[in-house]
Write a protein that binds this ligand. Structure first.
Ligand code: ATP
Length: 320
C-alpha cells in the first residue's frame, strides 16, 4: 500500500493529535504517502485533503484537540454521501484509511470497508470509554484526570461549607468516566446510567457519613442519568444539607493528553499503519490486558459495552 489517508471524526478527545503524529510518522517510515482529511467524513466528501509530511506533525504530541479538526456528518449515513467519500479517496489514489473516532465513526469506517472495499482501520478515540472490545479508548484517561482536578477543588470548598457537591461528568450512555473519577477522587456516591439509583439510599449514605465525622460529600453523576442541576434539585428537596451542582462540561474534552493517552496514541497509530502495510483492512485496534490488539471491525461494533460492577462495589465499600 503506497497511499493512505487519515481522519478524526465525532467528538474530539485528548490524544488525537498524538495519534495523528504516530500514523503519519509510521506511514512515512514504511515509505507511504500520507494524506490528512480535515473535518472527518465531511472533509472526505468535500475533498479537504492535505498531504502530511514529517514536519506537519511536529510539536503536536502534547496538544489537545485535533489538528485535522473533526465533524459530525449526517451525509455519511446516505448512499450518495458514501459514494462521494469513496470518489475523493479514488481521486487521490488513497488505498487505505485510518479513522480515529468513537463507535459512530467506526460504523462509517465499517461501511467504507464492507460495502466499498476500502481497507479501513479504526483507532478508538473518544473520552467516553464506551467500546467493549478495548479496555481503554484514547482520551479517557486525560478526561478522568481533568475531572479529578475539578473534584479536588470542589472538595476543598464543599468541606469548608459542609456542603454536598453534585458533579456532572460526560460519557453519554456510559458510566465509566463517573466510575473512574468517582473512585479516584474518593467520591462517596456515583450515579451511572447502568444502575438505577435510589434517592432515599443516597440520603441515607450522606447522613451516615456525616454521623461518622465527614464534613462534605461528593456525588458524581453521569450525564446519561440527568444533569447536575436537576439531580441537585431532587436531592435538596429531601435533605437538610446544602447541595451545590457543578457541570464540568467541555473542559473534559480538551487539554494536554496524559502519559497514558500519549502511549496509547503512539501504539494505536503505529499498529494501524502496520496493519495497512501488511495489506490488512476492516479492523480496529485496541488494548486488552495491557496488550495492543486488533479485531474485525464488524465484530467490534456489534459488541455491547458492559459495566464493571466489581469496581462499582469497590467504591461502595471504600467510600463511606
Ligand atoms: P463520540 O463517541 O466521541 O461522540 P463518535 O464517533 O461515536 O464519537 P458520532 O457522532 O456518533 O461520534 O459519529 C461520528 C460520525 O460517524 C457521524 O457524524 C457520521 O458521519 C458517521 N457515522 C455514524 N454512524 C454511522 C453509520 N451508521 N453509517 C455511516 N456513518 C456513520
Amino acid at each position: 500500500m503506497k497511499r493512505i489517508g487519515l481522519l478524526t471524526s465525532g467528538g474530539d478527545a485528548p490524544g488525537m493529535n498524538a495519534a495523528i503524529r504516530a500514523v503519519v510518522r509510521s506511514g512515512l517510515y514504511f515509505g507511504m504517502e500520507v494524506f490528512g482529511i480535515e473535518r472527518g467524513y465531511s472533509g472526505l466528501m468535500e475533498d479537504n485533503v492535505v498531504p502530511m509530511e514529517m514536519r506537519s506533525v511536529s510539536n503536536i504530541v502534547q496538544c489537545g484537540g485535533t489538528k485535522l479538526r473533526t465533524a459530525r456528518c449526517l451525509e455519511m449515513l446516505t448512499k450518495e454521501g458514501q459514494k462521494q467519500a469513496v470518489a475523493t479517496l479514488e481521486k487521490h489514489g488513497i488505498e487505505g484509511l485510518v479513522v480515529i473516532g468513537g463507535d459512530g465513526s467506526f460504523r462509517g469506517a465499517k461501511v467504507l470497508s464492507e460495502e466499498y472495499g476500502v481497507p479501513t482501520i479504526g483507532i478508538p478515540g473518544t473520552i467516553d470509554n464506551d467500546l467493549e472490545y478495548t479496555d481503554y479508548t484514547l482520551g479517557f484517561d486525560t478526561a478522568v484526570n481533568t475531572c479529578l482536578d475539578i473534584i479536588n477543588k470542589l472538595r476543598d470548598t464543599m468541606t469548608s461549607h459542609e456542603r454536598v457537591s453534585v458533579v456532572e461528568v460526560m460519557g453519554r450512555h456510559c458510566g465509566d468516566i463517573a466510575l473512574y473519577s468517582g473512585i479516584a477522587s474518593g467520591a462517596e456516591i456515583i450515579v451511572v446510567p447502568e444502575i438505577a439509583f435510589d434517592m432515599d439510599e443516597i440520603v441515607m449514605r450522606i447522613n451516615r457519613s456525616r454521623a461518622n465525622g465527614k464534613h462534605s460529600n461528593i456525588i458524581v453523576v453521569a450525564e446519561g442519568v440527568m444533569d447536575a442541576e436537576q439531580f441537585a434539585r431532587q436531592l435538596q428537596s429531601v435533605t437538610k444539607h446544602s447541595v451545590r451542582p457543578t457541570c464540568i462540561g467541555h473542559v473534559q474534552r480538551g487539554g494536554s493528553p496524559s502519559m497514558a493517552d500519549r502511549m496509547l496514541a503512539a501504539q494505536f497509530g503505529n499498529k494501524a499503519v502496520r496493519l495497512l502495510n501488511d495489506g490488512l483492512g476492516n479492523r480496529v485496534v485496541g488494548i486488552r490486558n495491557n496488550k495492543i490488539i486488533d479485531m474485525d471491525i464488524i465484530e467490534a461494533v456489534s459488541m455491547k459495552k458492559t459495566f464493571n460492577y466489581e469496581l462499582y462495589e469497590t467504591l461502595q465499600m471504600i467510600s463511606m
